[in-house]
Design a protein around this ligand. Sequence first.
Ligand code: XMP
Length: 523
Amino acid sequence: MAGEAAAPAAGICVVDFGSQYTLLIARRLRELGVYSEVVGCAGDVAGALAGRAGVILSGGPASALAPGAPGLPPAVLASGLPVLGICYGMQLLARELGGELEACDSAGGYGRAEIEVAAAGGGLLDGLAAAGAKLAVWTSHGDRVARLPDGFAATAAGPSAPVMAMADPKRRLHGLQFHPEVAHTEQGMRMLERFAAEVCGADRGWTPARVAEQAAAAVRAQVGEQERVLLGLSGGVDSAVAAALLERALPGRLVCVLVDNGLLRENEAAEVKEAFADLGERLVVVDAAAEFMAALAGLDEPEAKRRAIGRTFIEVFEAEAARLGGIRFLAQGTIYPDVVESAGDGAGAAAKIKSHHNVGGLPARLGMELVEPLRLLFKDEVRRLGAELGLPAALLERHPFPGPGLAVRVPGEVTAARLETARRADSIFIAELRAAGWHQKVAQAFAVALPVDTVGVQGDGRTYAAAVALRAVVTDDFMTAAAAELPQELLARTATRICNEVPGVNRVLYDVTSKPPATVEWE
Ligand code: XMP
């Protein structure tokens, strides 16, 4: 996967056996400045290992003892590269080399555990803690290594398994039964660093500047010296950074279309226009609010609303592309988690993650070739690259925003008045979060204009007006999320401002539900 010229040699390849933490391993390596990419265990592992400095085998949900469980791809040991097996990955490595596995007793090892570090054995734990010292680690395993393969030493033991870490330093093969990539594991980053830097000798020069250069070179190679590229700007971080990168890579040849669907956040279209003012006429803003409102009229079912918005977007964009004429390339701000999640080429985490709600199929419909300059980057790398390319912080720090925009924050039928309520309440909430230093502590925050009126008392009289819900969540990956524990005074101040400043609102609620059972958005 992702074999573009933009990938530098000598990174580390993570072979995915379906662990929910696989992407986190790649993330952590990149935090260490080591390029990493993920390949599904049933994918082209040999191809993905070419030119790499080492391999990490991820954990996985299967029992290695179960018939049909994914095995170790032969290319891993055939490559002669250093290997680190994590959890399921360690078990595969141990068995492949002649060790034995067994099922854990009843409870297995789930959650936080303590391991006892053995005397130095040339493993990843050497020097991180004295022999006999305890380290807190994060585990999730139902099987364990019962007998080590020849050449290996056990370098840590724990209550759920006698072998919690193993090493064969001569062959540069390592195993950890716990998850070093999870923040709860003490010294986990040091273990990964030791593997990447000392065992593999991986290049640590993966920085935003270098990323920008490589991505720009890859785009030039794909697009050539003449052609123009069309990009749909959304107001979101990814498309903005893609635009900035493309403008640098292909000066004067980027054409951007911003479809203002009337469902954007306050000032969103204006901020994008300002940030990309240098594009001049190459930034086309299409005011399509009326088309979107017409498409939404009479619809109150969430999926029907999403479909109407997706369809209208395609119509408006297609018409614009036809008007511009003769552009062969269509750029998209696809980022690495999107690529991995939609690849589905392994026993991958892919299978479990819900499909993306973005408008797909557009390049094929338009007969255009896709350009994805950010497809190797994680979200925070995209933000750092955006800063490197000179985009304003206000734009880069914006929380994620769904494709269907405020329409999914106005439950039921969308009216102009309720859209405005959602937009203004959102803007006040975000401003208060920023002022209190909470904006960057939550992953996403917004207001929902509820389709319910309640009785209040404002000024001298009784009111019968709308209620607004506030939602703020903390999450690593948006697959699960918890309601942020915002200070009461921040919520109270926000509620007062919303009731005073947003016409037709007399009540504010805070959504305390986690995901699951709720989703982040209300629709
Ligand atoms: P849910 O509501 O599914 O949201 O828990 C998880 C994350 O996805 C965003 N989201 C979307 N993003 N198009 C998008 O680009 C969509 O249709 C869409 N729906 C939800 C949501 O804002 C949150 O960040």
